[in-house]
Design a binder for this molecule. Structure first.
Ligand code: CA
Ligand code: CA
Ligand code: CA
Length: 222
């Protein structure tokens, strides 16, 4: 197996070699492959929008991806070395029940939260049963508290945008099979000037409906 060393400070500062992908074939829907004379040339092809790339020295092939995930590793292919750019997506994941979760405390609208999760190869959290809800409450929401619980909520991926009162999980487009609504919610009421069609969670793990442009923390799941 060949080893490609990072010879440039530029690469070293922007990207980290990922030993777990070395010598593997990585596939992803967003993959593109190019000829590149060197790792540096490959990086140049990547451009600033890519978060992951691979280079095979012997064939001078370069593959670029929007992101690299463990589940995208398909088979052994000697000589490939992969690099990923350190980003918000790399740290803070906690595993439960075969899924990873990451809390992001930046307050954004629900559509923006969905976009950020997607960028990390994940989706805005979809809560499928009481166990998952309890775990989120006890682990991810455990340090959150505010006097008015409406002030410090966390987005889930739920909405009733399509049909009022029919709640679905946005990423998988599936109806709620489990719910943990707060006793006064969903009330489809808050600010009557706009639709109240997105679902967030109070710190006690109960759910609420509110306008999708409200700014809240959010949890990505993958
Ligand atoms: Ca889930
Ligand atoms: Ca609604
Ligand atoms: Ca509400």
């Amino acid at each position: 197996m060949q080893t490609v060393f990072i010879t440039s400070d530029v690469i070293a500062n922007l990207y980290t070699q990922q030993p777990r992908y070395t010598g593997k074939f990585l596939t992803s829907v967003n993959e593109k492959e190019y000829k590149a004379e060197s790792v540096l040339a490959c990086l140049a092809v990547c451009g600033p929008l890519r978060t992951c790339f691979g280079y095979q020295q012997s064939t001078k092939r370069c593959r670029v991806f929007d992101f690299c995930l463990d589940r995208d590793v398909t088979f052994i292919e000697d000589g490939w070395v992969y690099y990923t750019s350190p980003s918000e997506c790399d740290e803070g994941w906690v595993t439960y029940g075969g899924h990873d979760y990451m809390m992001n405390t930046t307050r954004v609208s629900q559509p923006e939260a969905m976009r950020i999760c997607q960028q990390c190869g994940a989706y805005l959290v979809e809560i499928n049963d009481a166990d998952e809800n309890n775990w989120i409450k006890q682990t991810i929401l455990k340090d959150i508290y505010c006097t008015d619980k409406y002030d410090c909520t966390t987005w889930t991926g739920g909405n009733d945008i399509q049909t009022e009162g029919d709640f679905i999980w946005g990423a998988s487009n599936t109806p709620f099979s489990y719910t943990n609504w707060d006793s006064n919610n969903p009330d489809n009421s808050y600010d009557l000037s706009k639709p109240i069609d997105c679902v967030d969670m109070f710190y006690d793990g109960q759910w609420n409906d509110r306008p999708c442009d409200f700014q809240a923390s959010f949890i990505c799941e993958r």
